[in-house]
Design a protein. Structure first.
Length: 185
């Protein structure tokens, strides 16, 4: 009986110490809590200033026969995030008459250098489309990104690697060049 009582007392003390140790973590103080003189105090919302831009995003019709555009607004913090913001609009359908061709695709990066935009993306197995859908997706990506005058060419990487095809059906050139306005007519 005494052994049982000793065990309960020791267990109770151990539990109390454990509970006390988990609760109050005092933060170490290093210096004053007041900002130094002359330091600018942050204003609410000053961490990230968002810019807004209206663009045309491109989707498929419900029959996967043609592209349809939808005017949408993107928000971004700097020029480099503008392209990712535009690409992310392609991932979800804005309405029942639109089909998002990039659902299930993760855009890792979009970096502009000397007029060439390099887009790195990952494609989940569920996101793979047939040949018509893949051709529409490629055209939707081009139409969306070539709205930006500074984008002269697009290089697409899949998981950081060059690929001959986006989803296995349509040839993917190493560089997608902006079409000359005269050639379009």
């Amino acid at each position: 009986m005494r052994t049982m009582t000793k065990r309960l007392v020791i267990l109770s003390i151990f539990t109390a110490i454990l509970i006390a140790g988990c609760g109050n973590h005092a933060k170490p103080t290093t210096g004053s809590a007041l900002p130094p003189e002359g330091a600018a105090s942050p204003t609410p919302g000053a961490e990230e200033q968002y810019k807004e831009l209206s663009i045309e995003a491109y989707f498929s019709d419900t029959d996967a026969e043609k592209l349809i555009s939808k005017k949408t607004d993107i928000r971004y913090t700097d020029e480099s995030s503008k392209y990712l913001a535009a690409l992310h609009t392609l991932k979800s359908s804005p309405g029942p008459e639109y089909v998002a061709l990039f659902a299930g695709i993760d855009f890792s990066s979009a970096d502009l250098s000397s007029g060439e935009l390099t887009v790195d993306l990952s494609i989940s197995p569920e996101a793979v489309l047939g040949s018509q859908g893949e051709a529409l997706a490629l055209q939707a990506l081009k139409n969306t990104l070539f709205q930006f005058d500074e984008v002269l060419a697009i290089t697409i990487l899949i998981d950081g690697e060059e690929s001959n095809s986006l989803m296995g059906h349509v040839d993917l050139p190493k560089r997608l060049e902006r079409e000359n306005e005269e050639e379009k007519k």
